[in-house]
Design a protein around this ligand. Structure first.
Ligand SMILES: Nc1ncnc2c1ncn2[C@@H]1O[C@H](COP(=O)(O)OP(=O)(O)OP(=O)(O)O)[C@@H](O)[C@H]1O
Length: 551
């Protein structure tokens, strides 16, 4: 993502902004000449009406151009912002869970990038065009001044050079300050999001004051960047306020001398003074240059996200099969830590395998690798003989589904959260299988109850999460997904899960419960990221170390 590619995204609005800015600039340029003619008319006591009428027309035309410019500018920023946000969100979803884990983007920081930095970046096109069009009046003024008197033009060039120097210093200063400001803003947003996610824990621990302090810790830094922004703005405005009149005075003096020497007429002198004012007005462009600097800083922050590779999917479909899952020398490393090592095992299709082991032994990582929520750093995982990374995205997500200990429910209604767009009968069937149907039916509007109006217990959320994953055709991965259920409900669901009926997907169940392990066909016992044992529960049970896992 570059400045140019975003600037061009304005679509149909950009030519409109360009034309209105250019035509407005030409009207601005024509006005002093027309007024000069009117002045000469007054001095010569000849007819001035048509020149005054023309001047009025030019002023009205300029106002219309400004209005079009303002409207098209806002519309362009709005459409570009929408495009940027959609692209960013698509990309973030494409990166998957690692966007907020391994890549170290904090959720709050991402929100600030998607919300405010996208708007900043969207100003790229209109700002660049406004600045481009703003160069026309001073350049035109220079040409017209040269036609009036070459010495007046020379004085103008001297003044303009000073104005350009002021703008250059301003642009450099603001680019640095805006980048720092946006980064610090992102840090505060990230800390606030963390705090909101842990609001209950903070309230229970009575650490509100400390948390407030932690969230607001970067505030003085933000304040310093804010003050720096104003300093750069104020310094540039003050310099422009000095330099602008200087340019004007230089032209007036040179023009006055030319008038005294009868090289120019009073009308031309008047026009020259107006052109000098146009040139000096370039200093008022500091706000547009500020917008441009903010756009560049915003684009850099969006590009940081967009340069992270999204998960790549292959284009293979799955052959007929029962969901055989093969781990071939699978290893997962994070920096220098080995999280999974040399996992080499085949889980036959249609069977239920419990994954057990002490806390931190790598069960969740194994489940994530099996469902391709993360890719192994070594080895490969195959489903019915096809490498997971070669399978088409839609095929993979139909074949494999997961449920988690703390599911996040998405959608407008409870029915959406379960069905994710599938037909209602399938939603209800999944809810029945996971013991969610009864409590969902008791909600005020059943499956149509808005999620915000359906406060749920941990166990109820887990049942919705289970129902959501129930559509899995080949592989169902449950990562501690029944841990909050009462014993009876869990038993009912485990019975459904472990019942060896035909056409059931292969089931991989991460669990701490001995009952679930005992009901499963096979148990995969992990220790420190390696396989410690694999086989039926009753055989592993003979080993004291295995029994200790459940102690
Ligand atoms: N994204 C990650 N980056 C680095 N280390 C990680 C990551 N995810 C997990 N770990 C580490 O890997 C180890 C295994 O984690 P995992 O969540 O798989 O354990 P677990 O067996 O599921 O534990 P529990 O039973 O407590 O849920 C832990 O020490 C954990 O700190």
């Amino acid at each position: 993502m570059t400045f140019g590619s975003i600037a061009r995204r304005g679509g149909g609005w950009l030519p409109l902004i360009g034309i209105s800015s250019l035509v407005g600039a030409l009207a601005t340029l024509a006005l002093p000449t027309v007024l000069g003619r009117a002045v000469d008319g007054v001095v010569a006591d000849s007819a001035t009406n048509r020149w005054l009428l023309l001047a009025g027309g030019l002023v009205a035309f300029g106002v219309i151009c400004d209005l079009i410019d303002a409207f098209a500018g806002k519309a362009c920023v709005a459409s570009t912002t929408a495009w940027l946000r959609e692209r960013l969100i698509r990309h973030l979803l494409g990166i998957g869970p690692s966007a907020t884990k391994d890549r170290h983007f904090d959720v709050g920081d991402l929100v600030s990038r998607v919300s405010s930095n996208a708007v900043d970046a969207a100003h790229a096109g209109p700002s660049a065009i406004t600045i481009g069009a703003a160069v026309v009046p001073p350049l035109g003024s220079l040409v017209l001044l040269a036609l009036i008197d070459v010495w007046v033009a020379a004085a103008f060039v001297g003044g303009i050079c000073l104005v350009v120097l002021v703008l250059r210093a301003f642009t450099r200063g603001t680019a640095v300050v805006f980048t720092s400001y946006q980064q610090t803003q992102g840090q505060i947003a990230a800390r606030l999001t963390e705090s909101l996610a842990g609001a209950r824990t903070i309230a229970a621990a009575g650490t509100l004051a400390r948390e407030r302090q932690r969230v607001l810790e970067p505030l003085p830094e933000l304040n310093a960047h804010g003050i720096n922004t104003w300093r750069v703005l104020a310094r540039s405005a003050a310099q422009a306020a000095v330099v602008g009149p200087l340019a004007l005075v230089a032209v007036l003096v040179a023009g006055g001398l030319a008038l005294a020497a009868h090289r120019i007429t009073p009308g031309a002198y008047f026009a020259a003074s107006q052109y000098a004012m146009i040139g000096a007005g370039l200093g008022s462009l500091t706000s547009v240059f500020g917008e441009l600097a903010r756009a560049r800083a915003g684009i850099r922050r969006l590009a940081e996200v967009l340069t992270v590779d999204a998960v790549r999917y292959g284009n293979r479909r799955l052959p007929d099969g029962l969901g055989q899952l093969e781990f071939r020398q699978v290893g997962v490393r994070s920096r220098d830590r080995v999280l999974l090592d040399g996992i080499d095992v085949v889980l036959p299709g249609g069977v239920t395998t419990a994954v057990v082991g002490r806390s931190g032994s790598g069960k969740s990582i194994l489940a994530a690798v099996a469902a391709r929520l993360t890719d192994p750093t070594e080895g490969e995982v195959r489903l019915d003989g096809v490498r997971l990374s070669d399978i088409r995205r839609d095929v993979l997500r139909t074949a494999v589904a997961c449920a988690f200990e703390r599911p996040v429910l998405v959608g407008e209604t409870v029915g959406d959260a379960i069905g994710l767009g599938r037909p209602r009968e399938q939603t209800i069937a999944a809810a029945r299988a996971t013991n969610a149907h009864t409590f969902v039916s008791r909600l005020p509007e059943g499956y149509d109850t808005a999620l915000v109006d359906a406060p749920m217990s941990g166990g109820e959320r887990q049942r919705i999460g289970l129902a959501r994953a129930w559509h899995a055709k080949r592989l169902l991965v449950l990562d501690d997904a029944t841990s909050s259920l009462d014993v009876v409900t869990e038993l009912q669901i485990t019975q459904t899960l472990t019942a060896s009926t035909a056409n059931r997907p292969t089931r991989l169940i991460v669990t701490h419960r001995v009952d679930t392990a005992a009901r499963s066909d096979l148990v995969l016992w992990l220790e420190d990221g390696r396989i410690r044992g694999f086989g039926p529960h009753r055989r592993l049970w003979e080993q004291p170390a295995y029994r200790e896992v459940f102690a």
